[in-house]
Design a protein around this ligand. Structure first.
Ligand SMILES: [Zn+2]
Length: 499
């Protein structure tokens, strides 16, 4: 009889300090979730675990049932009603009968009344069919819990940041589960967790201890000692009891893998703990960063100088309208600058009303208050000419989310003379050159590029950059952990406490 695989995607990175709401419509990147066959159409062939799961179902000759694919960009927690609306199609599909479940989850989702949404999703699926084999992939920024591990059969996560191995992570988890269904493996997992709030600015493999830990994890996989070894450096902007650095390792119990899984997991976490000081980010003053970028731009260069506005990264729940870094760039008279994206629907409407070729005076950005960190929105007065207007529909061609479609909302470009500023209706992290190219700006030719991003910009922009300067503005993705009034973290925790 044909096997039936339930494949679903429910993903949200929840920044519990973000002022941005997360209605059901935000899943699907603003257009609501995909249900049933349309989920397959949207994700087939993309660089995502969901696409890998579809390929595994085809390979195994199984029927792929795709009740829901729902991903929202990061923001604050969804309501309980929204969460139930996301879970309902998945629960219905599992109840209807299936042989295995493949879940593409984030790992840092918090919803109203539940600090561990992924643990809840897995518990609910398992409750319907207690013995069901379940494979799960997680984002690198996962806060792992005991409920998650207890209710999954196989867990893997991304090993890259920027995340360019999403499909690979899905293939690894899905393949192990498929082998277990054929009786060729008996997956067993070991996991561990550290009271360590690591800065996302130090998560990239080339920046902190993660690179060495990931190298070790890959060695253990390729040597066959374990089936999958995953490092999860955590998500510091979700205030939960699960926030921390963790690791989870899958091995084959039939081949005596239980001990191997534990040993590999312990070794990965030992490296993270020994080198925990390297997970702390030490920012430079904004004025000094912009001056340094200006000097780099004046010298001989092989490409643009990137200015990274990392404290207002909408890819982690930032409002994308904090204007401090833009203000400093204009104040220090940097020339030939492209900036993306400022989210300001009001300004977009004004620019569209003015029309291409006409001048406008705007109070740009600064429309959102951030009460959780005591920061009020402060718009920046700017004048310039409207040079481009688009519907904001883009397709990624770079290494991240390759092939997926996304939506910036209506988009307009303001040219101030020195700077071209891309202003959008929706939140969107700039990790692909399409963010500029779709509205007529060629990023390769610019002297300076300012991006509201933290690490993911590296996927598309690092290859074209001559220099990268991290600029500490302000916002709900600040690298300064002291701005967050944490209430739920397990204490003591490094680096907030001396341990
Ligand atoms: Zn991530």
């Amino acid at each position: 009889m044909t096997k039936r695989f339930v494949i679903a995607l429910i993903k949200h990175e929840t920044n519990t300090f973000s002022p941005i709401a997360t209605p059901l419509s935000s899943f699907g990147h603003g257009n609501g979730p995909y249900y049933g066959e349309e989920a397959k159409v949207a994700f087939a062939g993309s660089n995502t675990p969901f696409a890998a799961f579809l390929d595994i179902a085809r390979r195994e000759g199984a029927e792929a049932v795709t009740p829901i694919a729902a991903e929202s960009w990061p923001s604050n927690m969804a309501s309980r009603a929204t969460f139930e609306a996301l879970l309902q199609p998945l629960e219905a599909a599992v109840s209807a009968g299936c042989d295995a479940c493949f879940l593409d989850l984030h790992g840092a989702m918090v919803v109203e009344g539940c600090d561990d949404a992924e643990g809840e999703i897995l518990k609910r699926v398992r409750r319907i069919r207690p013995g069901l084999p379940i494979a799960v992939t997680f984002d690198y920024h996962t806060n792992l819990s005991a409920d998650i591990v207890a209710n999954a059969s196989v867990i893997t996560g991304y090993k890259t940041y920027p995340h360019v191995d999403m499909y690979e992570a899905g293939m690894l988890a899905g393949d192990i589960l498929a082998r277990s269904l054929r009786g060729q493996a008996k997956p067993v997992m070991a996991w561990g967790w550290l009271p360590l709030v690591s800065s996302i600015m130090r998560h990239a493999p080339e920046d902190g201890p993660s690179g060495d830990i990931l190298r070790y994890a890959r060695e253990m996989e390729t040597s066959g000692r374990v089936l999958a070894a995953t490092l999860l450096p955590g998500f510091a902007h979700a205030d939960t009891p699960y926030t921390g650095v963790s690791a989870v390792v899958v091995a084959d119990a039939a081949a005596g893998g239980r001990d191997a899984a534990q040993e590999v997991c312990d070794r990965m976490l030992a490296i993270a703990w020994e080198r925990r000081a390297e997970y702390v980010f030490h920012p430079e003053a904004l004025e000094a960063s912009v001056a340094r970028a200006r000097a780099l731009g004046a010298g001989a260069r092989s490409g643009p100088v990137l200015l990274i506005d990392h404290c207002d990264n909408c890819g982690s729940g930032g409002t994308q309208d904090v204007m401090q870094v833009v203000e400093e760039i204009l104040k220090q008279n940097l020339d030939d600058v492209a900036i993306a994206p400022i989210r300001d629907p009001q300004a977009v409407a004004q620019m569209i009303a003015a029309g291409i070729g006409n001048n406008v005076n705007l109070m740009l950005g600064g429309k959102t208050d951030m009460p959780s960190i005591g920061l009020a929105g402060r718009p920046l007065p700017v004048s310039g000419r409207v040079v481009s207007i688009t519907d904001g529909e883009i397709v990624f061609t770079g290494p991240m989310y390759t092939g997926l479609k996304s939506y910036l909302g209506r988009t307009a470009v303001l040219d101030t003379g020195r700077a071209q500023i891309v202003v959008t209706e929706r939140h969107h992290e700039p990790f692909d050159l399409v963010i500029f190219r779709h509205c007529g700006i060629e990023p390769v030719k610019k002297r300076f590029i300012m991006l509201k991003s933290r690490i993911h910009y590296r996927a598309g922009f690092k290859p074209i950059a001559s220099h990268i300067v991290e600029c500490a503005g302000a916002g709900v993705t600040s690298a300064d952990l002291s701005v967050y009034g944490y209430r739920k973290l397990v204490r003591p925790v490094f680096p907030l406490d001396a341990i």
